[in-house]
Design a protein around this ligand. Structure first.
Ligand code: DAT
Ligand code: MG
Length: 139
């Protein structure tokens, strides 16, 4: 089934000028970038986005990292896009990420792990709506 998922190229990656290289991995995996924008997240935006982790010990650091520098927010479209992109990203901890994945290639640590991808179709919809209107997504 053709799906849409939400992606963020995180500050650790934009800082190192890796947007193009990460987009190449995404496109080579058969996912289409159907919306994309560079944005500097506000603290409120980052807190809302990661609200599910609010009680975790790393939450403060996570919000700080996500707002430190610009990110690239994206909508990706393709066959089983949610699961496919999770595969392409690799495990949260880059030490456990499979060869060829974005996190294996580019992540610095479990916290600075270069990309975000939605973990379910339901969350993909919620996350996409936080950053894009339907007319900004061109499939
Ligand atoms: P994912 O980004 O793979 O969906 P997650 O939703 O569990 O992982 O966590 C969200 C982000 O929070 C993750 O990309 C980086 C940060 N994070 C998760 N676990 C962490 C930890 N143990 N220490 C530091 N940062 C962590
Ligand atoms: Mg997650």
């Amino acid at each position: 089934m053709t799906e849409r998922t939400f992606s963020i190229i995180k500050p650790d990656a934009t800082r190192r000028n890796l947007t193009g290289k990460i987009n190449a991995v995404i496109e080579d995996a058969g996912l289409r970038i159907v919306a994309q924008r560079r944005v500097k997240l506000t603290t409120d935006q980052a807190k809302t986005f990661y609200a599910v982790h609010a009680e975790r010990p790393f939450y403060g650091e996570l919000v700080e990292q996500m707002t430190a520098e610009p990110v690239v927010v994206q909508v990706l479209e393709g066959e089983n896009a949610v699961a496919r992109y999770r595969e392409v990203m690799g495990a949260t901890n880059p030490e456990q990420a499979a060869e060829g994945t974005i996190r294996k290639q580019f992540a610095l640590s479990i916290g600075e792990n270069s990309v975000h991808g939605s973990d379910s179709l339901e969350n993909a919809k919620i996350e996409i709506e936080q950053f894009f209107t339907e007319d900004q997504i061109v499939g």
